[in-house]
Write a new protein. Structure first.
Length: 57
């Protein structure tokens, strides 16, 4: 069974993206993906830390 991500990568390769890394997130480069991840991680971690103790297990 083919995953959605694999289908997207295959489609990008058919459209001339062969040899290029294709990010399903829409980022043009790994650097921009890393920058976005670092910026987003701070607030997400703070939110997680604030609610995890109340999470019913």
């Amino acid at each position: 069974m083919t995953t959605r991500r694999a289908r997207r990568v295959a489609m990008a390769n058919q459209k001339g993206g062969v040899g290029k890394t294709t990010f399903t997130s829409g980022h043009a480069s790994r650097t921009s993906l890393e920058i976005h991840s670092k910026i987003a991680l701070g607030p997400a971690q703070e939110t997680y830390d604030g609610v995890i103790d109340r999470f019913p297990v």
